[in-house]
Design a protein around this ligand. Structure first.
Ligand code: GLA
Length: 367
């Protein structure tokens, strides 16, 4: 009898706790929601986040596990960090992220095999400092891709094979990078071909930003279509999604998703964040008005509306979208704290610095 009473009281207590947790959750005041983004979106797409090896050793790790089911190494797999010298690979950071993912059954997106930025200094030159030939550079790219993809075969399910090859100048098609200057356009197709040979099961993406611009969008479309038509193994388009409170508009985002969906490949939003400052594409010097970095109610509201709209469309396009990845975990750190203005705090993500969900979070999971 005593036992029964005891357990009935326990049950009541349990019920009231979970009720109050739910209430708290919908009011957006607590991080104790039991469900995470990955659960709300289980019938839609994977929910990912870009991480550093260090973040996974802090209390952010628990938040990552609660909310996400996919990881992207923010920097650890880029050519510079992972392949600092021709004969030297630095696996430590990437390995620790992959091991964390394996221990906890998360997916991993590899980022990135070929990019013009964060390249190691040896890559484009010989030991005398002269620019290498096309043959040498392509061989280096091939070796790099085979070594990296092979190491993570079976644990990295998708790769951003080529990142940002399109030019931002309206009248220029491809970015005049060292890759293009030395190898010509074929380095792009070769990179995909080699990634596919190294891991035939990996899902291969072309990844780029400002995909919402009608001009750049058409160039990305043209590139991906030409690769597809030529039989190059490309399986998806990564839309980075570094957006802001003032863009994209609903129409702009919908026409972007519609256009790319027409290619018949999978789409992923690969680097999502929504800056509270109006979009600027180029780094610039600090101005006096940049001192106003408060996360005001107005900024919070504008951001929340953008997030709400974006996820409404992501859900609408769930047939073609296979993943959404946030670029960083919480407002403790975002690359936007230093871009386009150095040392200007931004608040582009769904979790604040105490790792609590912001109002925007509840807009994303409520429909
Ligand atoms: C681009 C790259 C990312 C990252 C961001 C800034 O979007 O693809 O790897 O460097 O810029 O963090």
């Amino acid at each position: 009898m005593i036992k029964k009473l005891f357990s009935a009281a326990g049950l009541l207590l349990l019920l009231s706790c979970s009720q109050s947790r739910q209430l708290q959750s919908t009011s957006g005041n607590t991080a104790s929601s039991e469900k995470g983004l990955k659960d709300y979106y289980a019938d839609y797409f994977t929910m990912g986040v870009a991480v550093s090896p260090r973040a996974l050793k802090t209390d952010e790790a628990a938040l990552v596990l609660q909310q996400f089911n996919s990881l992207t190494p923010e920097n650890a797999m880029k050519m510079g960090p992972i392949h600092p010298k021709e004969t030297e690979y630095n696996w430590a950071g990437a390995d620790s992220i992959v091991q964390f993912a394996q221990r906890n059954k998360l997916k991993v997106r590899g980022h990135t095999l070929c990019w013009h930025n964060q390249t190691p200094s040896w890559l484009f030159v010989d030991d005398k400092g002269n620019t290498v030939s096309k043959e040498v550079l392509l061989q280096r790219l091939k070796d790099h891709i085979f070594t990296v993809v092979n190491r993570y075969k079976g644990s990295v399910y998708a790769w951003d094979v080529v990142n940002e090859a399109i030019s931002d100048k309206p009248d220029e098609y491809l970015r005049p990078s060292q890759w293009l200057k030395i190898c010509g356009e074929e380095y792009i197709a070769k990179a995909f071909q080699w990634a596919h040979e190294a891991d035939p099961n990996a899902v291969l993406f072309y990844n780029d930003y400002n995909e919402i611009s009608p001009v750049k969008r058409e160039k990305i479309y043209r590139l991906v279509k030409s690769l597809k038509d030529a039989g190059v193994p490309i399986h998806g388009i990564g839309l980075q999604g570094h957006w802001a409170v003032n863009e994209p508009s609903r129409e702009q985002l919908e026409s972007t998703l519609q256009r790319f969906a027409g290619l018949g490949l999978k789409l992923q939003i690969t680097e999502l964040d929504i800056s509270v400052y109006p979009k600027e594409h180029d780094a610039r010097e600090r101005r006096p008005e940049d001192a106003n970095t408060a996360f005001t109610a107005e900024r919070e509201q504008q951001q929340l509306e953008k997030y709400k709209m974006a996820f409404e469309l992501f859900r609408k396009y769930k047939k073609v979208i296979s993943g959404v990845t946030f670029w960083n975990i919480s407002e403790r750190y975002s690359w936007l704290d230093n871009f386009p203005v150095k040392n200007r705090k931004d608040y582009p993500l769904l979790f604040d610095k105490d790792l609590k969900p912001k109002k925007a979070y509840w807009e994303v999971v409520k429909w």
